[in-house]
Design a protein around this ligand. Structure first.
Ligand SMILES: NC(=O)c1ccc[n+]([C@@H]2O[C@H](COP(=O)([O-])OP(=O)(O)OC[C@H]3O[C@@H](n4cnc5c(N)ncnc54)[C@H](O)[C@@H]3O)[C@@H](O)[C@H]2O)c1
Length: 257
């Protein structure tokens, strides 16, 4: 059964297009007030107008700008409950050694730094709201290697590592941090490679929004959810690593590091 989100406030990055726009529509349809964040000002305005939300133009690689957005959301709406850190770009280079350093920093900035900055900006507001949920959009490319885009895959692996760790760190405060990892989805991100997929099944942005709803309803702190065409979204089960022989769990060193 879908959730009633009336009275809740949701902020979505990368929300002018594709998955982010679909999630905004879904959240607004459930009654949430939505804040549509994107570097594409016109696109964000159009989505916000469609759902009666608020559009804010931001480059998510700027930590101060993200903090200002959260302040603005609290000023306008009085609270923040749901944050979808979703903006992302592809690596944009072929092979490994042919490195475009400017593009490399950009991919890390948008796909990874933004998740860290967005989380840090949102947590105090979520705390003030009595708890809340952060969902970062990862990718199946964050769980398996992608020979055609190692930089993208690297950033998404890092997002997953951050979510798993921050999820544990914030769980006691009622702040859930989860990741949602879609398979290939038919959005503008994939447009340049679309023909190469032929009749390979692709997710729709709306299908990913279905998965987002499942994460919102059932996600547990630090979980990584996967979604593929034709399969219901599910929490990914990591295999775990063996500990030292004869020892239990490692000690909690959080007070010492
Ligand atoms: N489409 C896929 O196959 C696929 C698969 C797995 C994961 N993802 C992830 O899903 C997320 C959404 O991608 P999408 O497929 O909807 O693509 P999309 O290109 O339709 O949307 C991405 C949005 O992010 C915005 N954006 C890019 N850089 C930004 C910046 N610096 N500041 C603010 N906004 C910025 C873009 O303007 C765009 O609106 C991304 O994180 C992507 O990596 C996509």
């Amino acid at each position: 059964m879908s959730q009633d989100l009336a009275g809740q406030v949701a902020l979505v990055t990368g929300a002018a297009s594709g998955i982010g726009a679909a999630v905004v529509r879904r959240l607004a349809g459930r009654g949430a007030a939505t804040v549509v964040v994107d570097i594409d000002e016109a696109g964000a305005a159009a989505v916000a107008e469609e759902v009666g939300g608020q559009a804010i133009r931001v480059d998510v690689t700027d930590p101060e700008a993200l903090a200002v957005v959260v302040t603005e959301v609290e000023r306008v709406h009085g609270r923040l409950d749901i944050v979808h850190l979703n903006a992302g770009i592809v690596g944009g280079q072929s092979g490994v050694e042919d490195l475009d350093v400017v593009r490399y920093r950009r991919v890390v900035g948008v796909n990874l730094d933004h998740v860290v900055y967005g989380t840090c900006a949102a947590v105090p507001a979520l705390r003030r709201a009595g708890g809340g949920t952060i969902v970062a959009t990862g990718s199946l490319g964050g769980l398996v290697g992608q020979r055609y885009d190692p930089l993208y895959s690297m950033t998404k692996h890092a997002v997953i590592g951050y979510v798993r760790s921050a999820g544990e760190a914030l769980a006691d405060e009622g702040i859930r941090v989860c990741a949602l990892c879609p398979g290939f989805a038919d959005t503008p991100l994939l447009a340049a490679a679309k023909e190469a997929f032929g009749d390979f099944p692709l997710l729709t942005a709306d299908g990913v929004a279905d998965a987002f709803e499942l994460v919102l309803a059932h996600g547990e702190p630090g979980q990584v959810w996967i979604v593929q065409p034709g399969r219901p979204a599910e929490a990914y089960r990591f295999r775990g690593v063996p500990g030292p022989v004869g020892a239990g769990l490692p000690p909690d060193i959080s007070a010492t590091v």
